[in-house]
Design a protein around this ligand. Structure first.
Ligand SMILES: *Cc1c(COP(=O)(O)O)cnc(C)c1O
Length: 365
């Protein structure tokens, strides 16, 4: 698909970016991107239109059997006021990997990245500029064929919506309290854990609710078979600094392959830190903790970038890392990654992608 096939219908009612503090995921911009799939036409009718509710048949398959995928990334404003994207091609490639798992037809990655940039340019005024704020980008695909049979849908809709978000950390990054989840599991090998699909989140809510009632921010997920191996923390990947090495669970088919995870690994290696991707059990973590070998634990993901774990509770054991304070390595990783994302620091990895590159589009109306 060529970018010239993208039609733009600009909104006649432009709103302003709210002045008040932005709660995550509650405010949306003036426009959205929409593209449809049908068997006869493939992905077609790509357009940017004013943000508005959808009209969808109640029999649409997504409502019943959950065949859907999504992505999450951010646009950041540089000190020069230029919108920047952080490794967006990774998110779009992952969208196709999720598509593959959910039997959703693949999208043209280059075309979608162009369309995304166009959408961000149109709603550029919605990227907040205060420290730590950004524009959250949510691409997603839903199955829309009206049919109650359990089968692959023959119709889909890909939509991208944008949401300005406030700073996650207002007064410096602060460590969270985590409970190891012994009963429920997030994903199993052979399941959909490696795909970004709504069902994984639906099945995680129960554990999350119980953890929240117990005063915890998130749960630490163990593997779905033996409940022994560490997988993720909430909806983040997880890292443990054990002595001078950093250990993170290896990708095993049930762990989500985070873009932030990959960036943390590359950054640490660039600094000469030994990063090991391997199986790691909760028992090993407890043993190393008792020996005083673990002082930094953190989660990684687009929303918070880095989230230090101050306390990890496992059965009756309480592990407190670095006196519940943010460690030096966590702080340095956070500052470097966000520095690169906002264009404040040099980008030796070529991770940053400019948004404002002029292309030809068909302006309609
Ligand atoms: C999205 C997600 C992550 C983090 O991925 P990033 O690309 O770093 O944002 C980690 N775990 C799960 C389950 C996720 O859905």
């Amino acid at each position: 698909m060529k970018s010239s096939l993208l039609k733009v219908y600009e909104s006649t009612q432009k709103r302003e970016l709210p002045k008040h503090e932005l709660e995550f995921g509650r405010t949306f911009t003036d426009h959205m991107f929409v593209m449809d799939f049908s068997e006869s036409e493939g992905w077609h009718d790509a357009k940017i239109v004013p943000y508005e509710p959808l009209s969808i048949d109640p029999a649409a398959m997504v409502f019943h059997y959950g065949q859907s995928v999504f992505e999450g990334l951010k646009a950041y404003l540089s000190p020069q006021g230029e919108p920047l994207l952080f490794r967006p091609e990774k998110n779009i490639a992952r969208l196709n990997k999720s598509n593959e798992r959910l039997c959703i037809p693949a999208i043209d990655e280059e075309f979608l990245l162009d369309a995304l940039k166009e959408l961000i340019q149109i709603d550029q005024n919605w990227i907040p500029s205060a420290n730590g704020t950004s524009l959250y980008i949510r691409p997603f695909i839903i199955s829309t064929e009206p049919f109650l049979g359990v089968a692959l849908s023959t119709q889909y809709k890909l939509i991208i919506i944008l949401s300005p978000v406030g700073a996650y950390y207002k007064e410096g990054i602060n460590p969270v309290k985590i409970a190891v989840e012994n009963e429920y599991v997030r994903a199993v090998r052979g399941g959909t854990g490696e795909a970004k699909t709504g069902g994984n989140y639906a099945s995680s809510l129960k554990a999350q609710e119980q953890a929240a009632n117990g005063g915890y921010a998130q749960v630490l997920w163990l593997d779905g078979v033996e409940k022994k191996y560490i997988e993720e923390v909430g909806s983040m990947n997880v890292f443990f600094k054990i002595k001078d090495e950093v250990v993170t669970p290896e990708l095993n088919g049930s762990i989500l392959n985070g873009v932030t995870r990959d960036s943390v690994i590359q950054l640490l290696e660039y600094w000469g830190v030994n990063v090991i991707e391997r199986k790691v059990t909760i028992e090993e973590i407890y043993e190393e903790y008792k020996k005083g070998n673990i002082d930094e634990v953190f989660g990684s993901g687009t929303a918070t970038v880095i989230s230090p774990v101050g306390q990890l509770d496992w059965n009756n054991y309480q592990m407190v890392f670095n006196n519940g304070e943010t460690g030096n390595l966590v702080q340095k990783v956070y500052e470097t990654l966000t520095g690169i994302q906002y264009g404040r620091l040099e980008d030796p990895f070529n991770w940053i992608e400019q948004v404002n590159v002029r292309r030809r589009v068909n302006k309609v109306g």
